[in-house]
Design a protein around this ligand. Structure first.
Ligand code: AKB
Length: 315
């Protein structure tokens, strides 16, 4: 039986990943961990441990106690938050990753951690951004992500750790809201559309970024972890994406369901600068060829699903 330790389990990806993994591998096979606890399914639906990823000894003890064979390391600060507190971001994003990789090395674990489109920078080709290309990010988050990609490659080549990973675009979901990201506008817009019929975007009109609906992101993690390693020429940091749009396009899609929806702009210079330094649309062909990555939701299908799910979730 598989035994998977997930860090950052109460975060945006973690909380839905836990549900999916427990459904696929059994509730007891998935150990959720986070620095905090709360009263929800992640905590009560299977094993849960309080875990500060910057504490190497604690991480080792939890992994050993549950005899895990896989680690999915999700705990991290997102781009905008990392820009506000760069020292904390370095300590958490890099310190946590090094600790997690060390546990994976010592205990021979299969390992997953997400990178991001944030690992690219202003000099990276903006359109059809290749899998292997120039990476000179200008944000603390991006620097963490590039360093993390290289570190995961290193742990594979130097120590033989089975490291795997993807570069996620903005992830959109109706379960747990993201916090501190640049792509968060594309989640907030749905909540505000339903709550008030209007949204003020902090990202400027015409700013294209890659995005993906959460079910596709979770499936990508499972598929990559189950992929035949002989087929993987890259291991870490596979470009994955489902769509690229700018604020007017998501607003227009929402208007198809809510004709009176209104959008205005109040651009946040910090998050806008981050978005401007990222690609407009990345090329995911390496992930498609090497492990069969495929996204099923486009902007229209995602919008329909988000609005119908949120309608019942928002009081
Ligand atoms: C963020 O906006 O920081 C994240 C990401 C694209 O990595 N959603």
């Amino acid at each position: 039986m598989k035994r998977i330790l997930v860090t950052g389990a109460l975060g945006q990806i973690g909380s839905e990943l836990i549900t999916k993994l427990r459904r696929e591998y059994g509730a007891d096979a998935v150990i959720a961990s986070d620095i905090r606890s709360t009263d929800n399914e992640v905590v009560h639906g299977g094993p849960f441990e309080l875990l500060d990823v910057t504490n190497a000894e604690q991480m080792y003890t939890v992994a050993k106690k549950h005899n895990v064979d896989t680690m999915m390391h999700m705990a991290a600060l997102l781009s905008a938050r990392a820009e506000q507190t760069p020292q904390l971001a370095w300590n958490l994003n890099m310190g946590g990753l090094v600790n997690a990789l060390e546990v994976a090395r010592e205990q021979h674990l299969q390992f997953f951690t997400p990178s991001s489109i944030g690992a690219f920078g202003p000099d990276t080709p903006k359109l059809n951004t290749p899998q292997d290309t120039l990476q000179r990010p200008t944000t603390m988050y991006g620097i963490n992500k590039v360093a993390g990609e290289l570190l995961c490659d290193y742990y594979h080549s130097r120590f033989g750790v089975d490291t795997r990973g993807v570069r996620f675009p903005g992830l959109i979901s109706y379960v747990t809201p993201p916090g501190g990201g640049t792509t968060d506008y594309a989640v907030e817009i749905y909540y505000e559309a339903l709550r008030s019929g209007r949204y003020t975007s902090f990202i400027k009109e015409g700013t294209y970024m890659d995005m993906m609906y959460m079910p596709d992101a979770l499936q990508a993690i499972v598929d990559l972890m189950e992929a035949d390693p002989a087929r993987l020429k890259h291991r870490n940091a596979f470009n994955v994406t489902a769509m690229s749009f700018e604020p007017q396009q998501i607003a227009a899609e929402i208007r198809k369901h809510m004709p009176s929806f209104e959008m205005t702009y109040n651009v946040d210079p910090v998050r806008q600068a981050i978005a401007d330094s990222w690609p407009n649309a990345i090329d995911a062909s390496a992930a498609m060829q090497e492990w069969g990555f495929k996204a099923t939701y486009d902007l229209a299908a995602m919008t329909e699903d988000m609005l119908s799910k949120l309608k019942t979730a928002i009081p």
